[in-house]
Design a protein around this ligand. Sequence first.
Ligand code: SF4
Ligand code: SF4
Length: 303
Amino acid sequence: MNSEQKGFDEGLSEVKEDVEAKVKKSVVVPEYLTGQSKIYFRCYPGIGCFTKCCSGTRILLSPYDIYALKKRLGMTYNEFLATYTRQSFIDNTPLPITILKMKNDETKSCPFVTAEGCTVYADRPLTCRYYPIGMGIMKQFDKGTGTNFFIKIKEDHCLGHNEDKAWTIDKWRADQGSTVYDEINNDWMEVVLKAKTLGMVEFSQKSLSLFFMVSSNLDAFRKFVFESNFLNAYDIEPEVVKRIKEDEIELLKFSLSWLRFTMYGEGDFKVREEARKKARERLIAEREEQARLERERSHKEPD
Ligand code: SF4
Ligand code: SF4
């Protein structure tokens, strides 16, 4: 087995464990699929299990999910986050993430489910679109090439697997409208999947706070860009500044590519020399202050 295959298998096994842990009632070990693999599945109002998948579940919200839902509901980011979400962590990483806050009823149902179905169907989150498929990407980071693979999740309560409608995975994804989500979330997914590959590595508190802000609150990121020193620190083309000022989706894409740059140095953002110098000076001053405080503490400690 070459190292590329080994890395791929390790990534697959990690995602399998992840899915197995979550899908406690799974009757089938998640199976490895490609975009061309065939599945039999159909979900429709009137099926015996209709909306059973919308209770007692954990729905992670990607940046584009939050954008689409808050827009649909006519809310600001702060209003949406406070009303419908809570904070959790992405499995096997220290990364904070926003998840849908389930209702406090007997079945812990989704705030958007009714007997008639999903009230935000056209803007439902990516996790709901993919179901019963889960996706993993084992990225060869140093080579810039990646491999997509998918996992079928078969839960006891889901009767859609007994239907005879055939799909390839790619057709299923296209039918569910996940393509635009995948495209816009791409840089964010890379950050998350790289963190999952690295495991529980230590990120600075500042990196974790930035990750959470960029992942969940574009209004906060907008303030960060236009009301801080951001535009002095980075050399950004004036037409890009204009675009992200006027177009929320452009700002969202910009925020996710900046996140990838700031967490992993990937991408082509240019830090201005003056800002780099100031950051270095600030770091030295912080370290000196830290050393001074430690010296003071050790002098005060009794013998
Ligand atoms: S967002 Fe819609 S599809 Fe997703 S769990 Fe809630 S009700 Fe179900
Ligand atoms: S078929 Fe599966 S996905 Fe569709 S409503 Fe039933 S449990 Fe949910």
